[in-house]
Design a protein around this ligand. Structure first.
Ligand code: NDP
Ligand code: HSE
Length: 439
């Protein structure tokens, strides 16, 4: 068995706390998580109460002590801001350590300098958490979509503003109160102006453009407008016209080729048709739509901020580095993540134990009491009904549509058998699965 991979954490706030939680509970995750060992953690204030319980001896207020600790193999920078974060990343690289960071502000402005230093030192700087929180988008752009000519990357890439816009639209909630909630939930930047003024989204689209189009872009030149000037009346009118309003970030090529390749980048509040894939992206969720040749359109969707999702992306990067270390540990060894082998036996449950929500449509006689009898059969088998509606009642009969809550296939089959034996039920006309909505 290879030696453990030592992790040094710079920052133990929202994201750092999430990372420490994962490292402290490796059970039922990839076995490589068990090979990660949290060695030291740098914080600003040793006395600040923390949601995650750590051995106090791990904590220090000296980030350099973490970086220089010989047992630390990977440095995770989740302090945020430009300095000292940039200098600490460069210090870690100079010490020959690979770095994982969630810091889009630093990467958007100093990514080139950091990448060159890392290449010269032969170490990795991985940034999956810097864009889209828990959504895997950086590695797909670097690896899985490498065979494409990317034409456009667009998306909702700030969780705080999407959370604010969604709650204002759905609940008529007041801007200041929802922003405070976003801060309490750990979504917002230390200075939330970075979110609401569109600066965070501009950092992220600059990073995505660099990866998608292969050359670094000048962050300061990205036209950026946030949501602070957005007026409710415009959201209202857009709604009546069939649009939602989202803070959209867009990067697109303006020519098939060029030296330099002409790109257009922007961040601004934008009307999105309600049938567009980005229209249904609500709350703290983000989505990134990548358009390329030959793939067409592919969308990445998920939670864009918060401790757990962001820590998920950070730990994925740590695992990639750990996997590469293990692969180079001896002859014939391969990266266990890239190899994707199975690491334990698995078995399928019996079909009767499969649980899901169901949609069923019965053809029935239009007789008094039929809805009650159908509902009774479900109730006797403890099948909970979300909705039951009668359609098309006429002399020829009626149709009853039922959507259930989540139940086992066995419960459902027993209920359906009983219902089809009812004299007023003519037959089961449709039986489909039904996904749970987000709300
Ligand atoms: P927090 O403000 O919650 O945490 C910052 C941490 O850094 C704190 O533990 C703080 O210590 C520590 N710290 C600050 N300055 C120093 C210093 N000079 N020396 C040592 N420690 C220091 O930030 P987040 O966790 O929210 O964000 C961290 C990074 O992750 C940022 O770059 C952010 O943009 C990025 N990010 C955040 C996401 C989120 O949802 N929050 C999502 C994706 C990326 P102390 O606790 O003692 O104050
Ligand atoms: N403040 C950022 C957001 C955190 O709300 O999207 C995730 O990058």
């Amino acid at each position: 068995m290879a030696a453990k991979v030592g992790v040094g954490l710079l920052g133990l706030g929202t994201v750092g706390g999430g990372v420490a939680s994962i490292l402290q509970s490796p059970g039922e995750r990839h076995p490589l998580v068990n090979e990660l060992e949290l060695i030291r953690v740098a914080v600003r204030d040793l006395n600040r109460p923390r949601p995650v319980v750590l051995d106090e001896s791990l904590l220090t207020t000296d980030p350099s002590a973490v970086i220089q600790d010989p047992a630390v193999d990977v440095v995770v920078e989740v302090i945020g801001g430009l300095e000292p974060a940039r200098s600490l990343i460069l210090q870690a690289i100079a010490a020959g350590k690979s770095v994982v960071t969630a810091n889009k502000a630093v990467i958007a402005r100093h990514g080139q300098e950091i990448a060159e230093a890392a290449a010269a030192a032969g170490v990795y700087v991985l940034i999956e958490a810097a864009v889209g929180g828990g959504i895997p988008i950086i590695e797909p752009l670097k690896q899985s979509l490498g065979g494409n000519r990317i034409n456009r990357v667009s998306g909702i890439i700030n969780g705080t503003t999407n959370y604010i816009l969604t709650r204002m639209a759905e609940e008529g909630a007041a801007y200041d109160a929802v922003l405070k909630d976003a801060q309490d939930l750990g979504y917002a930047e230390a200075d939330p102006a970075a979110d609401v003024d569109g600066l965070d989204a501009a950092d992220k689209i600059a990073i995505l453009a660099t990866l998608a189009f292969g050359g670094s872009v000048e962050r300061a030149a990205v036209p950026t407008e946030g949501i602070s000037g957005l007026q409710g009346v415009d959201v209202d009118y857009a709604n009546q016209l069939g649009y939602g309003v989202k803070l959209l970030a867009v990067a697109e090529r303006m020519a098939a080729s060029g030296d330099p390749l002409p790109l257009s980048l922007r961040v601004q509040p934008t009307l999105v048709p309600k049938d567009h894939p980005l229209a249904g992206v609500n709350g703290v969720n983000n989505a990134i739509l990548v358009e390329g040749d030959p793939i067409g359109r592919v969308m990445f969707y998920g939670p864009g901020a918060g401790a757990g999702p962001t820590a998920s992306a950070v730990v994925a990067d740590i695992l990639n580095i750990a996997g590469i270390r293990q692969a180079s540990d001896g002859p014939g060894k391969v990266d266990p993540l890239l190899a994707a082998g199975s690491w334990r036996p698995c078995a399928l449950v019996e079909s009767g134990d499969i649980r899901q929500r169901h949609y069923v449509r019965f053809k029935t006689k239009d007789a008094p009491g039929v809805i009650g009898n159908v509902g009774g059969c479900f109730g006797q088998r403890k099948v909970s009904i979300q909705s039951i509606v009668q359609f098309n009642a006429s002399d020829a009969g009626a149709e009853i549509v039922v959507i259930t809550h989540e139940v086992s296939q066995r419960q459902m089959d027993e209920a359906l058998q009983a219902i089809q034996a009812l004299p007023e039920v003519l037959g089961l006309a449709a039986h489909l699965g039904c996904l749970q909505g987000d709300k």
